[in-house]
Ligand binder design. Structure first.
Ligand SMILES: *[C@@H]1O[C@H](CO)[C@@H](O)[C@H](O)[C@H]1NC(C)=O
Ligand SMILES: *[C@@H]1O[C@H](CO)[C@@H](O)[C@H](O)[C@H]1NC(C)=O
Ligand SMILES: *[C@@H]1O[C@H](CO)[C@@H](O)[C@H](O)[C@H]1NC(C)=O
Ligand SMILES: *[C@@H]1O[C@H](CO)[C@@H](O)[C@H](O)[C@H]1NC(C)=O
Length: 486
């Protein structure tokens, strides 16, 4: 009896202590914003010609993450954010998931919203998924989100919400047919506002806000295009308007956080998913290359954090951060323990104090198996970056508002010409990748290529079926891209 009493006191005390700790380190609300195909040079805080007052203010009042890297393309980047694993550990390193491929981010990998749910969060998602949908188990509400409003595929018409003439727009599991004609940035912002309005602030909120802007197709209501009368190319003018519509949506969502009394307790993360797409008017100048390439323009992205927990603001975090770090970083920000497995590290202690982060190296991509001559790999160690093979379709430095003659696809000859060829850059001295040092520093080439080989030793081969699966055909599903065929 007495013993029982002591045990009770002991555990009761520990319990109270834990509770107190929880009260002390209150989990912040987390608003995680992903902008699709937004280039390095497409925001006002990098380029004064862009009109993004809301994004600029958040960046300047927060901490700019100046060396943030993602994958060169959508599915792999989103996979990295959600799981903390590099795509080459999941078979997702080759291009992106196509609507007719029976592929999704491996079900055995735990998604970030599921980790946050374990810490007591309400978890909501708005916007683009692009992590596979052939089975319901692959889709957002089966991977940790309480609710989902958005689309499953890479892209679609911003007004009709169709891709290849089939609808891809859902509210949780149900197709949405009554928003034909409404531009997605409005719909998405308004859903996010509703989520915030209806949220009971005594529970921490995780809102993953994956905008369709500014991905191709280049469409925007005229009023936003008209904000850029001095831009000569119509494409760049419309694209710039798409960026400003995105900015307005970000402003509306943050206003709602204020109105609902959540703003002060919210950590906002903003990131692009890869570099801008030069062919569709995105711009990464002065960085080299763009989306699809492992050059910096494809992989080093606009990113910042703002709000709850940050002790040093109005500054720039100059350490390396990779998309795979977000899962552990946010779990720690939420008061949990970062996962021990995976490729990511928690950057939270470094971010809150703006002290040097733990990451000293990263893999840009490792993709060699579908067709060896098309493969590419790149690694960064310290100041050096090594590219092995074909870097991608956009090898140059593109300026905004200029017309380039882009090839729709790389030529096989061009890819083969790069096979077995290395490029080496010192990104500290040469962040824009003008000076290939591979001939003058063979010992560093050797060191980085050996490290690359070691880190990619257990790579999973790309899961990239070349033949479309006829079971995916939306005509079998009421003309809607739908799960249920794998
Ligand atoms: C970001 O890095 C670039 C070099 O890549 C540097 O010029 C710039 O000053 C850094 N800081 C900010 C806030 O942009
Ligand atoms: C949406 O509207 C367009 C034009 O009015 C029409 O062609 C299309 O079939 C509609 N799509 C759906 C899914 O209703
Ligand atoms: C919010 O949740 C708390 C704790 O569950 C509850 O006491 C409170 O009544 C809720 N507030 C509203 C407005 O529902
Ligand atoms: C932002 O809110 C204003 C005011 O309600 C509205 O007119 C505008 O359409 C909204 N814009 C977006 C992108 O949601």
């Amino acid at each position: 009896m007495v013993l029982k009493f002591f045990v009770f006191i002991l555990f009761g005390g520990v319990f109270l202590l834990l509770q107190r700790k929880n009260v002390h380190a209150k989990s912040p609300h987390i608003l995680f914003i992903v902008a699709d195909d937004l280039g390095w040079n497409d925001v006002g805080f990098h380029n004064p010609n862009m009109k993004t007052p809301n994004i600029d203010r958040l960046a300047r009042e927060g901490l700019i993450l100046n060396q943030t890297y993602l994958q060169p393309l959508c599915s792999p980047s989103r996979h990295a954010i959600m799981t903390g694993y590099y795509p080459y550990h999941a078979g997702l390193q080759h291009l992106v998931i196509l609507p007719w491929q029976p592929v999704c981010s491996p079900l055995k990998m735990k998604f970030l919203p599921r980790r946050l749910k374990e810490l007591g969060y309400a978890t909501h998602m708005v916007g683009k998924w692009h992590l596979g949908f052939c089975s319901w188990n692959c889709t957002p509400t089966y991977r940790g989100f309480d609710s989902f409003f958005g689309y499953y595929n890479a892209q679609e018409d911003h007004y009709t919400h169709e891709w290849y003439n089939y609808l891809d727009y859902r509210d949780n599991e149900k197709p949405v047919r009554n928003l034909n004609g409404t531009y997605s940035a409005f719909t998405f912002a308004s859903r996010a506002q509703d989520i915030i309005k209806n949220h009971n602030s005594s529970q921490p909120l995780f809102l993953y806000m994956a905008f369709q802007n500014v991905h191709d197709p280049i469409q925007v209501p005229k009023k936003y295009e008209d904000m850029y009368p001095s831009v000569k190319s119509q494409g760049r003018r419309q694209f710039s308007g798409m960026v400003s519509a995105l900015d307005e949506a970000v402003g509306n969502i943050t206003n709602q956080l204020r109105e609902s009394g959540l703003y002060e307790d919210t950590l906002i993360v903003f990131t692009a998913d890869n570099g801008g797409w030069p062919q569709y008017f995105g711009n990464n100048y002065p960085l080299r290359g763009g989306k699809f390439t492992v050059y910096e323009g494809g992989t080093r992205v606009v990113s910042f954090v703002h709000g709850a927990g940050l002790k040093k603001t109005g500054e720039s975090f100059e350490s390396l951060l990779h998309a795979v770090d977000w899962s552990s970083t946010l779990v720690e920000a939420a008061g949990g323990k970062p996962a021990l497995n995976g490729d990511g590290v928690s950057q939270w202690p470094a971010i809150i104090n703006n002290t040097p982060g733990p990451r000293t190296e990263l893999i840009y991509n490792f993709d060699s198996d579908v067709a060896p001559e098309e493969g590419h790999a790149a690694i960064r160690m310290g100041d050096y970056k090594l590219i092995d093979g074909y870097p991608g379709l956009y090898p140059d430095w593109y300026k905004p508002d200029q017309v380039y003659d882009f090839k729709p696809e790389p030529s096989v000859e061009e890819m083969q010409a790069h096979a077995g060829r290395y490029q080496l850059f010192n990104l500290k001295d040469d962040p824009t990748e003008h000076n290939d040092l591979s001939k003058s520093k063979p010992e560093i080439v050797k060191q980085l290529s050996e490290r690359l080989q070691l880190l990619t030793k257990n790579a999973v081969p790309p899961n990239y079926p070349l033949i479309p699966d006829p079971k995916s055909n939306p005509s079998k599903f009421d003309n809607v891209w739908s799960p249920g065929w794998c």
